[in-house]
Design a protein around this ligand. Sequence first.
Ligand code: DAT
Ligand code: MG
Length: 141
Amino acid sequence: MAEEQTLSIIKPDAVGDNHIGAIVARFEEAGLKVVALKMLQLTRAQAEGFYAEHEGRPFFPSLVEFMMSGPVCVQVLQGDNAIVRNRELMGATNPEEAEAGTIRADFATAVSANAVHGSDSPESAAREIDYFFNSQEIYPR
Ligand code: DAT
Ligand code: MG
């Protein structure tokens, strides 16, 4: 397995529910290192651009509204096999299908308010990290 970086977003529902620390703790307890982190309020253009792969899907407009509904916390996680590892920690997209003990099982309330985003491939991770961070904002260690 290779040392990787992946993009994680704590979505507006989880930020609003005061779960930033609990979610970041899941990453750190699993051995993933937070090598970049910031809070921001997404503009419509940022939300649409981030989720461009889903444009045209029936849920796209509500997904964009949801992502703009409050501040998000975006972070770069680094570690062995970080992309898959983060997806495992997150659990399934629909929290009703997420395994017990995963972030979405514990903190998400609906598929449309599912607490976290995580890159799903090395290609997505590269694009998504670059979408939110410049190289000077990332502190690999
Ligand atoms: P994931 O976030 O697990 O990578 P995805 O890329 O398929 O899932 O979808 C991106 C987000 O879009 C997902 O986190 C929540 C929303 N979404 C996906 N499918 C949905 C659906 N059927 N109804 C409502 N929202 C949905
Ligand atoms: Mg996805």
